[in-house]
Design a protein around this ligand. Structure first.
Ligand SMILES: [Zn+2]
Length: 289
């Protein structure tokens, strides 16, 4: 290869890299902190090349196969027996490892942008109505790009993305636009969780009534917005109840030590701030948000 050819190949490489970067800017779900949506915001380069990513998948699966014998897979042929169904965001920062349990055969997981039951009703119906699951967890998370996008102009996004962002307008209706963007963003993440829980309550009213299903709303708080520690899964809603004092004394959570609940239950709504006196079974008096 002569020098001219080498230069051409190098140039082509740069052009391809630039094109890939542009494609990712348009189609990537999450933008960085404070980055806009709809206008092709700049994104950090991926940590790996496509080849390295495929290598990672092959190597990882080879290790998985080596670590699991035939016995491990035997029960799977008879079906699945999860107890927890999770509707989470597709965001790569959010995975079931934050729950500290082996998700295999334990967690029926549904993911999309903005952890929306409304965009995955069939899958959630399957998990709730045809599998042994008894807890439905709607799991929002810090710095959710879908919520951020829904707060701005996403008219330049693809039809597919727009269709999945449109339903977020409903929970975001109560956002008055007052306060910092960061504060509104965090509150809207919680509002969306509440909205998805409310939607579940309508779909599965019978199962909730006969106590065969509990619907939990929570936010995986890696920003420590709730002050429970980075990485905490903060429970913000139980069967539609969002007042932390009432959540902690909710019959669905009976038997869970109060200290565990105090560490996990929270709310960003100022009128429902945690009151330890009320958490111990006294009559709550603060208003519902
Ligand atoms: Zn998200």
């Amino acid at each position: 290869m002569n020098k001219t050819k080498v230069w051409k190949v190098v140039t082509m490489g740069f052009v391809c890299a630039a094109f890939l970067a542009t494609s990712q800017a348009v189609y990537c779900e999450e933008s960085g902190h404070g980055g806009g949506h709809g206008g092709g915001a700049a994104h950090a380069a991926p940590a790996k090349s496509p080849t390295d990513t495929v290598k990672m998948v092959i190597k990882g699966n080879n290790e998985f196969v080596a670590q699991h014998n035939a016995q491990y897979f035997e029960p799977f042929q008879k079906g699945q027996t999860p107890s927890l169904i999770v509707v989470g965001c597709a965001d790569s920062r959010v995975h079931t490892n934050l729950l500290g349990v082996d998700p295999t055969n334990n967690v029926f997981m549904i993911r999309n942008i903005g952890n929306q039951l409304v965009n995955a009703e069939g899958s959630v119906n399957y998990g709730v109505l045809h599998l042994p699951n008894n807890v439905l967890l709607i799991m929002g998370h810090s710095s959710c790009g879908a919520i951020q996008a829904a707060m701005g102009d996403y008219s330049k996004e693809t039809e597919g993305i727009k269709a999945e962002l449109v339903p977020l307008a409903e929970p975001l209706k109560v956002d008055t636009g007052e306060g910092s963007f960061e504060a509104r963003w965090a509150q809207n993440i919680e509002r969306n969780v509440d909205y998805q829980v409310a939607y579940a309550l309508k779909l599965y009213a019978g199962k909730i009534k006969d106590n065969s299903l509990v619907v939990l709303g929570a936010v995986y708080d890696f920003n420590n917005t709730y002050g429970k520690g980075r990485g905490s899964l903060v429970i913000t809603n139980v069967n539609g109840e969002t007042n932390p004092n009432k959540v902690m004394s909710h019959p669905a959570l009976k038997g869970i030590p109060v200290n565990d609940l105090v560490a996990k239950v929270g709310s960003l709504a100022p009128d429902t701030a945690y009151d330890p006196a009320l958490a111990h079974g006294e009559t709550p008096c603060s208003t519902h948000h």
